[in-house]
Design a protein around this ligand. Structure first.
Ligand SMILES: C[S@@+](CC[C@H](N)C(=O)[O-])C[C@H]1O[C@@H](n2cnc3c(N)ncnc32)[C@H](O)[C@@H]1O
Length: 403
């Protein structure tokens, strides 16, 4: 396909730069930056939009930097914003969230503020890595299924980095690596791309203290609380991220709601019980709704001294009960209409929504507004440094006219 010179306008959800072709169609290009004039090779041309790659940069942005990680030049697509000065990341993420609210949520008026951020290197305590054909660990090439081996990883915690390059895997296509900063515990779990165990998969090259398998349990300390986290359970990407997110949810919920003043608390998509364990006193009634059996098992252990009912079920199928506060922290696809319906049916006075996708989050904000909730604040956290991923914490209060 042909090449065309494009002046880029902004970064969009997913991390690509957006510009316009001479015929008016938008074009999305990874690796370009706002303000830059780029010679773009068009790789996909549709009626309304096109995609392309950077053939050469004619006028670079003042915010373009040499990627700090050596593996980017070899094609590693794990951190797709390493060409953007890290000092610009938060502003870019806030702009992406604002644009998603405007475009996908049809909301112009909400104030979006910047919250906390994770240091750009050496912080990740959970990494999902892919396996090369010769058994090494790495990440996929941007926009491709190919795996680039990465014997080290800029964002990984040192407890993981010390052995990534020595690992050899047979029989599995992916591995989850996790460590506990507070305890020094380290684990690895081999699986396929759907997160399913692979019978007969093996791993060599691990230090003797690294435990292997989906059922292995590590421990992490957040806000002074020790949490059991099995290898197959979801946990925030880093210990610092967990600390920042808990603080943001605390601020968004408010003391009255967290102290049970408005009624019971629903910890929806509650995982291993991070929010309840760190934010809610043990005598306040909580219902934790979580579909993953491993996470529920960890939550039972982590919350054994709490007044909690742990319901292992999808939120959309959960038998709704009245609540004073709902904290909802869904996976990337967000709440959707069914998740919103369940949460709204609790008639909670306050809702805190944690969204890890700007577009799905904007849709969910719209649905909550339409259901009669008022949005009181939107805070963007940067929990995934060097990537375009956002974490958004929004707070809502129920209005008199709520459905
Ligand atoms: C982003 S994680 C948040 C977990 C927890 N709040 C935390 O911060 O550690 C989302 C959680 O929702 C769970 N989950 C995914 N889909 C679900 C659903 N439809 N209903 C209930 N839980 C779900 C996942 O297993 C995961 O534990």
């Amino acid at each position: 396909m042909n090449n065309e010179q494009v002046r880029f306008e902004r970064l969009v959800a997913g991390g690509d730069a957006l510009g316009h072709l001479a015929d008016g169609r938008v074009v999305f290009v990874p690796g370009a930056l706002p303000g830059e004039l780029v010679d773009v090779q068009i790789t996909q041309a549709k009626k309304d939009f096109a995609r392309g790659t950077v053939a050469s940069i004619i006028e670079p942005s003042e915010h373009r930097v040499a990627p700090p990680c050596e593996h980017v030049a070899r094609g590693c697509g794990g951190c797709s914003w390493q060409h953007l000065d890290v000092a610009q990341h938060m502003e870019a993420k806030v702009a992406i969230v604002r644009e998603a609210l405007r475009r996908n949520g049809k909301i112009e008026t909400l104030e979006v503020v910047a919250g906390g951020f994770v240091p750009p290197t050496a912080s990740r305590t959970t990494l999902r890595m892919a396996v090369t054909p010769d058994g090494r660990l790495g990440f996929r090439r941007g926009g491709s299924h190919d795996v680039i081996d990465t014997p080290t990883c800029l964002v990984a915690h040192p407890l993981l980095n010390e052995f990534i390059g020595d690992v050899r895997v047979t029989g599995a296509t992916e591995a989850t690596l996790r460590c506990g900063v507070a305890t020094g515990e380290v684990g690895i779990w081999l699986h396929d791309e759907d997160g399913e165990d692979v019978h007969g998969a093996t791993v060599t090259g691990l230090p003797s203290h690294v435990v292997v398998g989906r059922k292995e349990m590590l421990h992490e300390v957040v806000q002074g609380v020790s949490l059991q986290v099995s290898m197959a359970s979801f946990f925030q990407a880093s210990q610092v991220a967990a600390e920042l997110l808990v603080s943001a949810v605390n601020d968004a919920a408010g003391d009255a709601a967290l102290s049970g003043e408005y009624g019971p608390i629903i910890d929806a998509y509650g995982g291993v019980g991070l929010f309840t364990a760190t934010l809610v006193d043990t005598d306040i009634p909580v219902v934790l709704v979580e579909s993953n059996p491993s996470a529920c098992s960890d939550a039972r252990s982590n919350l054994h001294d709490h007044d909690v009912s742990i319901e292992q079920i999808a939120v959309e199928q959960w038998r709704v009960q009245d609540a004073g506060l709902v904290i909802a922290d869904p996976a990337r696809n967000g709440l959707g209409a069914m998740g919103v319906n369940a949460i709204v049916a609790t008639e909670a006075k306050r809702i805190v929504l944690v969204s890890c996708d700007a577009v799905a989050g904007a849709r969910d904000v719209r649905l909550l507004l339409d259901a009669g909730y008022a949005c009181e604040g939107v805070t963007v956290l940067d929990l995934f440094p060097n990537t375009p991923h956002v974490e958004v914490v929004s707070s809502f209060s129920r209005s008199q006219t709520a459905k």
